[in-house]
Design a protein around this ligand. Structure first.
Ligand code: NAP
Length: 310
């Protein structure tokens, strides 16, 4: 029987997804009908994005799973109409993109590139940075994205510490967990990368107390979520020099309001939530594989844990 797959993302994404998703479904051996408009009661799977048209899942009485195009699920997880299994996106293109963004900004701060490219005539003074093995980096969150970023940083030569809810064992990375592990992970982090999800347990994880644990002048990279940071505490830490620079890709309110102090702070770089994008070709493979698994009675990949919120 034909499997009906509803593409419920922003309409302009259809052009990007129609061909690769159709091909991935066919390659997975599925007889699937993919469309942007289907009678809700006949939909078997929903390819979903928070910016798409679906917010009430009740009419989708036959849907076996909601397959999110985004890695973050904070805007959908509390939706009381969503009773179907929810899968978040793990996509090798998204993952590599994030690792590249993190490595690029870590190297930028490590090398002092901003200083060097702003030189004016007469400013010929040498500025010799330490080498990567002398620059400890910490990554908070060792999921799909945090692990990839941590591995790329370690491959460059940084000593990398990672922190997660459950204890990990990753070759070449010092892995910590728990409250005590967080304090230890922060205490030598000259560069700190935030790749945690937005959940009640991670809200304001960087606050006045934890910012004070960092070595003076530490750099923060936040491609995770804006809610991870107490903004007032960070602004104070930037003003006092406790934090040397913050490169922020995500914010409590997006787009970041024009009057927000981050825009003009000399120690802040703002990027417009571009650290990593889901890539249609590779994301389509993840979606097709999950539908194949579901149809074969196998467990879904990347199933969201409703209790923990990610
Ligand atoms: P993931 O695979 O679910 O990994 C989340 C990681 O955070 C896991 O290691 C998890 O620990 C850890 N964690 C969760 N709650 C924790 C807690 N209370 N204490 C300590 N560790 C905790 O997620 P992902 O795919 O790596 O994505 C991470 C986040 O990146 C997303 O949620 C999203 O917010 C953000 N993101 C941003 C962009 C962008 O363009 N800026 C793009 C994509 C994603 P365990 O391993 O023990 O479960």
């Amino acid at each position: 029987m034909t499997i009906n797959v509803l593409f419920a993302a922003r309409p302009d994404r259809w052009d990007d997804y129609e061909a690769p998703l159709s091909a991935a479904l066919a390659d997975a051996g599925l007889d699937a009908h993919l469309a942007t408009d289907l009678p809700p009661g006949e939909v078997d799977y929903i390819v979903y994005s928070p910016s798409g048209p679906v917010s009430d899942f009740r009419p989708f009485t036959r849907a076996k799973a909601v397959l999110n195009l985004w890695a973050g699920v904070e805007t959908i997880i509390g939706n009381p109409t969503l009773t179907q299994p929810l899968c978040r996106m793990v996509d090798e293109g998204l993952t590599l993109g994030m690792a590249e963004w993190v490595a690029g900004h870590a190297l930028r701060h490590h090398l002092g590139t901003d200083l060097d490219v702003r030189r004016a005539p007469g400013d010929w003074s040498p500025h010799i940075p330490p080498l990567a093995p002398e620059r400890p980096v910490t990554v908070l969150g060792l999921g799909a994205l945090g692990q990839a970023a941590a591995r790329m940083l370690a491959n460059i030569g940084f000593p990398v510490t990672g922190w997660s809810r459950t204890q990990k064992d990753i070759a070449g990375i010092r892995c910590l967990s728990g409250a005590d592990g967080l304090d230890r992970a922060l205490s030598n982090a000259q560069i700190l990368v935030l790749l945690l999800p937005d959940t009640p347990a991670t809200a304001n994880i960087l606050d006045a107390r934890t910012l004070a644990l960092l070595p003076r002048g530490a750099v923060i990279l936040n491609p995770g979520r804006g809610t991870l940071i107490d903004d007032d505490a960070l602004l104070l830490a930037l003003d006092t020099g406790q934090v040397g620079h913050a490169t922020l890709d995500v914010f409590r309110q997006e787009p970041l309001p024009g009057e927000h102090p981050y825009w003009h702070h000399p120690r802040v770089t703002v990027t417009p939530h571009i650290a990593a994008e889901t890539r249609p070709r590779t994301a389509s493979l993840t979606i097709a594989e999950n539908i194949r698994r579901s149809e074969a009675g196998e467990p879904l990949l990347h199933l969201v844990d409703r209790k923990h919120g990610y």
